[in-house]
Design a protein around this ligand. Structure first.
Ligand SMILES: O=C(O)CCC(=O)C(=O)O
Ligand SMILES: [Fe+2]
Length: 315
């Protein structure tokens, strides 16, 4: 295990609290990233050991949680460069509850402006997917988005509106209609954007409100860099206008162990398909779990042991 400490400095933490994001940071060099991606491609196609292998329809949901069956991704979510920084935000005891691939092929629309607090908006059940302890002022999840390929304005890099993470403009309980036909078919204020078959505008608290795009900042990243942001930050991505460059982002979501993951849920219905959470578990990424209210992966399921960053000795 890497003994170096990658915690955020007090200045970086203050910046993160103010802006709702920080980065990019280096993780893999470009040559290493390209090699990793080459090795990853065939593994992504093999869903035999995926915890959602019983799913009936292939959809965006089949991108979820491949860190649970692909060793290289299991290593990725537990990398000290990421976990130390996440733990300096969330406290020493952290878990990873979700990872997903976000692909933009040449010609694809950008991702809608959005904010996510409890991730109930996509599920048919409208139940929160995550829940902070009662009395906590925190909301949302810490997301770490890694550029597995070049993320430029042309290929569809992320955009943020700094400082918007403390005020939700969307009501996740409103619900959105899923329609695979609207993928790549919508234009919003002159930009081709959508939300993978949903239209995030349906959740707006005020239907007449518009995101203040004049304040948006583009997050250009080279392959192998990552950026950290609150899911409650106003975020989106540019359309991929390149002729031949696919943009692949890998988003990993973290919480303190004090928060609850999928409270009362046994399945997820999103993007027009259903997955059973029977084989799902969170991954302890640092410290210890004193709460015992979350299910963690049985590390023997796929024969892989996650390298937990022990930030303090278990009591
Ligand atoms: O990659 C994108 O275009 C959007 C990413 C995103 O919304 C997220 O990671 O939460
Ligand atoms: Fe998002």
């Amino acid at each position: 295990m890497d003994e170096r400490d990658f915690s955020l400095s007090p200045e970086e933490l203050a910046q993160f609290e103010r802006d709702g994001f920080i980065g990019p940071f280096d993780l893999y060099d470009e040559v290493e990233m390209e090699k990793n991606l080459g090795a990853l491609r065939p593994k992504l196609l093999n869903t035999k050991k995926s915890v959602y292998s019983d799913e009936k329809t292939a959809s965006a949901i089949s991108n979820y949680d491949r860190h649970l069956d692909i060793d290289a991704l299991g290593e990725h979510i537990a990398r000290p460069e990421i976990v130390d920084r996440v733990a300096s935000i969330l406290g020493p005891d952290t878990l990873c509850w979700r990872s997903e691939f976000l692909m933009k092929y040449p010609g694809d629309e950008g991702t809608d402006w959005h904010q996510a607090e409890d991730f109930s908006s996509l599920t048919d059940s409208k139940s929160p997917q995550i829940q902070w302890p009662e009395g906590s002022e925190r909301r949302g999840t810490v997301t770490v988005w890694t550029a597995f390929t070049e993320a430029s304005v042309e290929t569809g890099c992320l955009q943020f509106i700094p400082g918007t993470h403390t005020q939700m403009n969307y009501d996740e309980t409103k619900g959105m209609d899923y329609d695979s036909d609207v993928v790549n078919a919508l234009e919003k204020d002159g930009t081709r954007r959508g939300f993978f078959g949903y239209d995030y505008r349906q959740l707006q608290k005020d239907p007449n409100w518009r995101p203040d795009e004049s304040r948006a900042v583009s997050q250009v990243m080279r392959p192998g860099q990552f950026i950290i942001f609150w899911s409650t930050l106003m975020h989106a991505s540019h359309p991929n206008t390149s002729a031949d460059k696919a943009r692949l982002g890998y988003s990993v979501r973290y919480l303190p162990t004090a928060a609850r993951v999928y409270p009362g849920l046994t399945e997820l219905k999103e993007f027009g398909s259903t997955i059973s959470l029977e084989r799902y578990g969170s991954v302890l990424t640092s410290g210890v779990d004193e709460f015992r209210h979350n299910r963690f992966v049985d590390t023997t399921v796929n024969g892989y042991r996650f390298p937990v960053r022990a930030t303090r000795v278990s009591a």
